[in-house]
Design a protein around this ligand. Sequence first.
Ligand code: TMP
Length: 227
Amino acid sequence: MKSHGFFITLEGIDGTGKSTQLRRLVRHLRKQGYTVRATREPGGTPVGEKVRAILMGEKEELSALAELALFYAARAPHVEKVIRPALARGELVVSDRFNDCSFVYQGYARGLGSRTVRLLDRAICGPTQPDLTLVLDLDPRVALERALGRDSGSGTSRFEAAGIEFQRRARAGYLALARREPHRVWVIDAGRSAKEVEADIGRVVDEVLGASRQLSVVSRQFSVRRS
Ligand code: TMP
């Protein structure tokens, strides 16, 4: 199904301040009159949130394949019930993580390889792929400190507990992705103040949306709805 909205995802290793930046980006876009659907992964639907609770709460070590299957089990209703319908209505969808995370975390950092991930991705996401992906990039040591600090009351998640080496591989995976797809994937330096990062994200998104809107005048492929 060809959608007419615009799909933005925020990615990055743990502790880069992604969720804060997502809230600020959504506010920025709504101020401009866009109809925005903010969502997150794993999660985004009642079933997705249950799968999230399993994944984040599970103490037992899961294989990369078992993890991948769970992430896509959560992603399927998210794509079908939330993302595709919103895009079909011409809305702007902004998701805190999406399928790139599976390619980077399970496929690359956990060593599963991209073929298995791609197989599931074709079946479950199909043509529903991000139009713009912002990777918040940060030194894993700083990111991990932030993540551990944030979680100190409730204990660290199994993902954050995976440690610095894992986060290093994930960072390398995201940077490789940005090199492979420079038109879609933008790297944002997250080692600055939240305000500076916010301003940078705002500039990139405005520029890309502006360019897409100009293109749509010619191709009539794209029209983000303003309320
Ligand atoms: P978050 O609250 O930071 O988004 O935490 C979600 C964790 O799940 C994070 O460590 C990344 C991990 N994850 C994967 O490993 N694969 C995936 O496909 C997704 C969506 C998340």
